[in-house]
Design a protein around this ligand. Structure first.
Ligand code: ATP
Length: 242
């Protein structure tokens, strides 16, 4: 059975001035999967997300969502086309409640009417285990709940592709297990996920495939157990000599 490609990246490159950050990276994301992205600090992972979400423009190459070329589409349009993302450092509107943060995302990111946004956001809050924090100021949430809110804000735009950037960082093992369970539930509802993460056990618990970047180049891609057993991956990422 052939799998449907939801996102396709071909020869994507990025340089900042003379500094080459990504070099001709190509990969596919299949509908319904969780693709994990690993790589040392500075490998170009977030830069790749920034080009998928439209925050920055590639220096070369093409990215497609389904059949649609994303080149030239601004971030808000990509969001309405179904690309949601989280940021490494969550920056909710700290003067607003958790629920108000979601309403903003659903109205502006997802283009929902006010009446529709209320019911939708209430469901997202429940799904993300934040229902009891609906009226809490987002600035006073714990780290785990700030991460849940970051995820919930991305979900409030009702994405078909969700880009997660290091959402497990800084959490205890138990907290990251709870986040993994949440990511799994989101996947089970049919959302395709690409997850950049340094917390390997979190990624291994949910990723269907892994891709590894090093110095802006793809060095491995495949089933998680195969990828982490790859000698080059062990050397560059885990510091293990073969
Ligand atoms: N706007 C920018 N201008 C100049 N250099 C940049 C810019 N954005 C990123 N870089 C550089 O590009 C490289 C890749 O950064 P990026 O954030 O994509 O790495 P990363 O793999 O996500 O790392 P980490 O795991 O630490 O988050 C780094 O050397 C970074 O300093």
């Amino acid at each position: 059975m052939s799998r449907e490609i939801l996102l396709q990246a071909r020869d994507v490159s990025k340089s900042f001035g003379a500094v080459r950050v990504l070099h001709e990276v190509s990969f596919d994301v299949y509908r319904g999967e969780v693709l994990g992205i690993l790589g040392p600090n500075g490998a170009g992972k977030t830069t790749l997300f920034n080009m998928i979400s439209g925050d920055i423009k590639p220096s070369g190459g093409d990215i497609r969502l389904g059949e649609i070329a994303l080149r030239g589409e601004p971030p808000f349009k990509r969001c309405r086309m179904g690309i949601g993302r989280t940021y490494q450092i969550p920056r909710p509107y700290s003067g607003m409640t958790t629920f108000e943060n979601l309403l903003v995302a659903a109205a502006f990111g997802g283009g929902r009417s006010e009446s529709d946004a209320y019911a939708f956001c209430a469901q997202v809050l429940t799904d993300c285990e934040l229902a009891d924090k609906a009226n809490t100021s987002s600035g006073s949430l714990t780290l785990l709940d700030r991460k849940r809110l970051e995820l919930a804000r991305a979900l409030a735009s009702d994405p078909k592709l969700l880009l997660l950037d290091e959402i497990a960082g800084g959490l205890t093992e138990e907290e990251s297990r709870s986040l993994v369970a949440l990511v799994r539930r989101i996947r089970d509802r049919g959302v395709t996920i690409v997850w950049i993460e340094h917390v390997l056990h979190a990624l291994m618990a949910v990723a269907d495939r892994l891709m590894v970047l090093n110095f802006g180049e793809k060095i491995a891609e495949g089933l998680p157990q195969e990828v982490i057993a790859n000698p080059e991956v062990k050397r560059v990422y885990m510091g293990v000599e073969a």
